[in-house]
Design a protein around this ligand. Sequence first.
Ligand code: AHZ
Length: 297
Amino acid sequence: MTRQKHDVVEDYDGSYKFAPITEAEVSRAMIKRYMTTMYERAISDVVIVGAGSAGLTCAYTLASLRPDLKITIIEANVAPGGGAWLGGQLMTPMVIRKPADRFVRELGIEYEDEGHFIVIKHAALFTSTLLSKTLAFPNVVLMNATAVEDLIIHPDAKSQNQRVGGVVTNWTLVALNHDTQSCMDPNTITAPVIVSATGHDGPMGAFSAKRMVSAGLLKELGNMRGLDMNRAEPAIVNGTREVAPGLVMTGMELSEHDGSNRMGPTFGAMIGSGIKAAHEAIRIWDSSEIVAGRIVA
Ligand code: AHZ
């Protein structure tokens, strides 16, 4: 039996006693922190849209290389992780082709070496480790259950071309109900660099690629092609880039943008692409003059 201050008792023989609390304290403990975070992150340095394997790898890499940048991840689902909680056909092992195994060692995750590729015993081990290490960085904020429902698009300071300058957000439950209510206006986050990692088309996927078409930033979607692991993975990593001024695209969203093959249940390209997206974000950030979250030169 352990007694501490406030007369709490950790006892499992019937005398467990909690420190006292009021309902208002609980509410205020959450509201103060969350709303302060929203206030601060209304201008972020990098916004990452989508916390799947590509978005989280990007966030981890960016945060470890650049502790000075305010990195804000927006994830539509309650549970971050995207499709990386399982391997293929709902089976648990996760296959990762070399050389992406280097990142798995960096995270300190155990695996079996099959020569050309490695296998982690459960995809959730990869995703939970990556998630917890990413969230432990003090400069990373994750806002889940929050959907990006539009992009901020301004004229570029230099060229007068269109530049993506932030994201338009809403609680996902609100975003899903626009058809049932009259007007539910969104919120915004201004940032000089947006990394879009929303995955291939689906209920929520390929968000930015599709919006680029309707906003006139992209003529048409390339559309994801059939499965070919050997073509798909290098295409995604090597194609990771700033697809429009201010907008870096990573992961399977790129297959919809560029019209490249899917790879199915092998995750090396998500890792390689996420790492490359982080370097792209740093390149844009370091080569720009930024005032109040906007690139001015
Ligand atoms: O919820 C989505 C998921 O967690 C989130 N997302 C999508 N649209 C969003 C929006 N606002 C906020 N508008 C949004 N969040 O983005 C995440 C995408 O994760 P994912 O795992 O679907 O994509 P990924 O590119 O990181 O990984 C793809 C993994 C795949 S798919 C595939 C195949 O089909 O062949 N193979 C692999 C390895």
